[in-house]
Structure formats: structure tokens, C-alpha cells
Design a protein. Structure first.
Length: 131
């Protein structure tokens, strides 16, 4: 069964956004089917094939999510993060500033979908090596 320790071990190998594709592949090997990360405090809920879930604790003090999404600016910050130019905390602060409430990664499709406060999809990306 999937454990938080296994997930954290895989996560600790990811130093920047450039490492994200490798992290997702490691989760796939652990049996994760999809997960949701919530920007307001950084906690993540991971689901396996039987829809059993493992929830990580909050990673930082709560952030306020902007009420309107500014996806053009968010894309700029996302690209910088994917190139290893920002750390995870900075990326989450940027996501909150530009109205992203959460993202969902679907492992078998290798997609990451970002959502605003209204639960609307604002950006869908294929997970590839961005370096």
C-alpha cells in the first residue's frame, strides 16, 4: 500500500521544477494514479488505483488565493519554475498571486491541470522534460 514516506522519498529527489517529470515517473512506479495539490497550504492528496488516498501535511502557512486568475502571468512564472529558476515555495506563492487554487496531475495521461477558485480549468499541460 502507498505510504507518505514513499512519496516523501521521491519528492526529496526533486530539487526544482525541472525535476518534476522525474518525480511524476517515480510516483507512477509507486502506484499513484493521480493527485491534487492545494496552493493555499501546499498539502497534497495522492490516490492509488483503488482510490485509496494518502494526504501530506501542509507545507507552509496559508496563502491567500487571488480571486481572479491571471493565466498569462502565471504561465511566465510556471515556465521559469520548470526551468529551475524558482523553488517550490516561490512557485506556490506565484500560483496564489495569479489565482491558481490547485493543480491535479493525472499520471497515466501525464497531464497537469491548474484550476482557479471557481474550480474552472485554467491551464492544462503535458508533463515533459522542460529543460
Amino acid at each position: 500500500m502507498l505510504t507518505l514516506d514513499q512519496i516523501e522519498t521521491a519528492q526529496n529527489k526533486a530539487q526544482t521544477g525541472a525535476d518534476f517529470p522525474s518525480f511524476v515517473h517515480e510516483l507512477q512506479l509507486l502506484g499513484v494514479k493521480y493527485y491534487e495539490t492545494f496552493v493555499f497550504d501546499g498539502h497534497t492528496v495522492y490516490f492509488d488505483a483503488e482510490d485509496r488516498e494518502v494526504t501530506s501535511p501542509a507545507k507552509y502557512a496559508p496563502l491567500e488565493i487571488a480571486s481572479e486568475a491571471n493565466i498569462d502571468q502565471f504561465r511566465i512564472e510556471l515556465t521559469a519554475h520548470q526551468q529551475g529558476k524558482s523553488d517550490y515555495q516561490t512557485f506556490c506563492q506565484d500560483a496564489a498571486r495569479y489565482g491558481v487554487e490547485k493543480w491535479m496531475v493525472i499520471i497515466d495521461k501525464m497531464t497537469c491541470t491548474y484550476y482557479d477558485k471557481n474550480g474552472e480549468e485554467v491551464l492544462v499541460e503535458s508533463i515533459t522534460d522542460h529543460t
